[in-house]
Design a protein around this ligand. Structure first.
Ligand SMILES: Nc1ncnc2c1ncn2[C@@H]1O[C@H](COP(=O)(O)OP(=O)(O)OP(=O)(O)O)[C@@H](O)[C@H]1O
Length: 486
């Protein structure tokens, strides 16, 4: 375990120079206080969780102090937002503080979100409010605990600095960790500005530092694109299988590493609804739950365009065509596991689709359904779940088929329960739970956000006494409009 001063920085991205990022010092927020820290994320940096309670911790992550070997910089990038190219993005309120080299030899970007204005702030104030910082913190660590690739969150620091959104709020900072902050939008920026040399430098950097296995291949950039397609197919399959709606899948929010990135008006589904739109600015439903699959493909096509200087269009097109079948294979595999099936059979895809249609028609809680399906032997579990369905004939037909399918799959009920509980979480980050924790934090009570984070760090475990966290939302929490101004 290290002390805070012992972190070793090796700032590879900063060394790429001024074409890629601009040196900017963080602008501190007033009277910093620790809201919540993630012991699991601290372990990534080999830090003892107890350090979070030291005053210097909040000072560091509120911009008051900085390691002498850090190199805070705002990155430049662009990207497609809601399908339209925006040439002027970049870190408008976040700074890459530097890259920490941990004891395992891994590099981790330290990114301070809400660190003040930068050359890319446009009309913005460079700040992040407490509400959105808590939302990103909770989601990053909750997805990680579910086994979904994501950026991580070390801590949220609150302050007394006023910030104006729809109403007066207070500024906070989130310390985000990720092996890289390179987005699809980084490639698009250098491609669309015609900076061929810089595009090559970026590509070589990404290959060397993050995708070294692609380098020795005959066509390293073609191999890189294939890898990005594969990782995204696996990632989106996890989102769909676990009911995660990202809400703002712009290409500047797509990580080159294929990890979940930038948490805005996201939501986990409560009742299953393929049409769910969690972003209230998204009238057309471009980023609705079921659209995430074609949109990921669209975003990969946007990245492919920026790679045309390196790879033949035909090759890029052929790789892009792999996305959907790869996604479908991953998704079906995950859904089989969620249904407790350890083997594959023809007809499984239809079984899953039929179930989802029934769930949609009866507004069935997506998380509870699978947890309860695994809790008992199929006959008993199905009998208790049946009560919630409106289309009883439809459910009975599905259930009879599922019972027979489970019997063919074999294994004891104990094995089945253990297998299913290991993939079907009891606890997910429901929007209403986040909202309750945020409202308490805004009153200065950080207990609820810390407790919720602790619950979500063990989503698959039974946690006696914490059952209320697994409940469906109360009426007020069913259709929360999460503000997009963050
Ligand atoms: N309050 C703000 N001040 C300045 N720039 C902002 C502000 N809020 C958002 N931006 C900028 O607007 C663009 C789109 O914002 P978006 O919400 O996707 O990113 P973000 O959440 O700020 O950051 P990240 O993508 O790093 O998580 C980005 O360039 C972002 O830096």
């Amino acid at each position: 375990m290290k002390s805070l001063t012992e972190l070793t920085f090796d700032n590879r991205f900063a060394r790429l120079g001024d074409a890629f990022s601009t040196e900017v010092a963080p602008e501190p927020i007033a009277e910093p206080r620790l809201v919540v820290a993630s012991p699991a994320a601290m372990a990534v940096l080999d830090l003892d969780p107890a350090l979070a309670e030291e005053p210097v911790f909040a000072e560091l992550f509120a911009g008051h102090k900085l390691w002498s070997t850090a190199a805070p910089r705002a990155m430049v990038y662009s990207g497609h937002q809601f399908g339209v190219y925006n040439p002027r993005l970049g870190d408008g309120r976040g700074l890459l503080l530097g890259e920490v080299l941990n004891d395992a030899g891994e590099h981790w970007d330290l990114h301070l979100k809400g660190a003040g204005q930068t050359p890319y702030s446009r009309m913005g104030d460079g700040r992040a409010v407490l509400r959105s910082s808590i939302r990103e913190f909770l989601a990053s660590e909750a997805l990680h605990a579910l086994g979904i690739p994501t950026s991580r969150a070390l801590c949220v620091t609150g302050s007394s600095t006023p910030v104006w959104r729809e109403k007066q709020e207070t500024a906070a900072m989130l310390l985000r960790l990720a092996p890289s902050h390179v987005r699809f939008g980084h490639f698009e920026y250098f491609y669309y500005t015609g900076q061929a040399e810089q595009l090559k430098t970026l590509g070589e950097f990404v290959l060397r530092e993050y995708f070294p296995d692609c380098l020795p291949q005959e066509q390293p950039y073609a191999a890189l694109f294939r890898e990005v397609v594969e990782r995204n197919a696996a990632l989106i399959a996890q989102w769909q299988a676990y009911g995660f709606c990202h809400g703002v899948m712009n290409t500047d929010n797509m990580s080159i590493l294929g990890i979940t990135f930038d948490y805005g008006p996201y939501a986990f589904l409560d009742d299953f609804d393929a049409r769910h739109i969690c972003n209230h600015s998204d009238d057309a439903g471009r980023y609705s739950f079921s659209n995430q699959v074609p949109i990921a493909h669209w975003n990969l096509a946007a990245l492919a365009q920026a790679l045309t200087p390196f790879v033949e269009a035909d090759s890029l097109r052929a790789t892009l065509a792999l996305f959907l079948p790869l996604y479908q294979a991953h998704y079906l595999d995950l859904m089989r596991r969620r249904l407790g099936l350890s083997s594959a059979e023809d007809g499984d895809e239809e079984r899953v689709q039929h179930l989802l249609q029934l769930m949609q028609g009866s507004a069935i809680d997506y998380t509870q359904f699978f947890r309860r399906l695994g809790a008992d032997a199929p006959t008993e579990a199905l009998a208790s779940l049946r009560e919630d369905f409106v289309d009883l004939a439809g459910f009975d037909a599905w259930a009879a088929d599922y019972r027979a399918r489970s019997a063919r799959d074999g294994g004891s009920q104990d094995e089945r329960r253990a297998r299913m509980h290991a993939v079907n979480p009891k606890y997910i980050l429901r929007n209403y739970l986040a909202q309750q924790a945020i409202e308490a934090a805004e009153r200065g009570d950080y207990g609820p956000v810390r407790e919720l984070h602790a619950v979500l760090s063990r989503p698959f475990d039974e946690q006696p006494g914490r059952e209320p966290y697994a409940e469906r939302p109360p009426d007020w929490g069913k259709h929360l409009a999460i503000s997009c101004s963050s």
